[in-house]
Design a binder for this molecule. Sequence first.
Ligand SMILES: [Zn+2]
Length: 181
Amino acid sequence: MPEMYLLDLWEEYKPEKKADMIKILNGYLSQCSTENQPTMRAWWWYWDPTPSSLDILIYMVPSRFDSVAYMYDSTGDFAQDGSDGQTLIGPGNKPSIAEVYTRPYTATVMANLVFHEAMHMKLKKGNSMHALGGVASATVPTKVGLSKTNISAMKSALLKPVTQWSDGIAQVRARQQSGLP
Ligand SMILES: [Zn+2]
């Protein structure tokens, strides 16, 4: 079954908030599932996943200054969402890297931001994606819920392979252990 892996690399969120976010995301993923296809599941991941191109890896880091995508390529094609997150959109089979910043928002807004970056990644669209509205909007809703347009866009997109990059996990851990900011 394809997985959505969320990595709280700096262990900033409490278990309750994480559980609330996962519940919302799993609701979204089952709404976007296609008949006869296994539903994607969302998890908080505590060790290093080896994601396939059908999985979605979401790096949760404090801010853009801790960007994982920039470690891979800071000059690529980015969908940028201000201080909330960004997604590197890789050309062809090059990796796409989604990251969300651990802002002090509610679990609902954070889940919406995670899904928003997953949409940028899976649809391989930059800021033009915001025109889809709903959770794809430039400012994500504060309530739980996908629009019909969000669901139809992600239903087909979830089945499309997008290369993931998990080497960022080891690079972040090495940086944390070195004590450098
Ligand atoms: Zn966006």
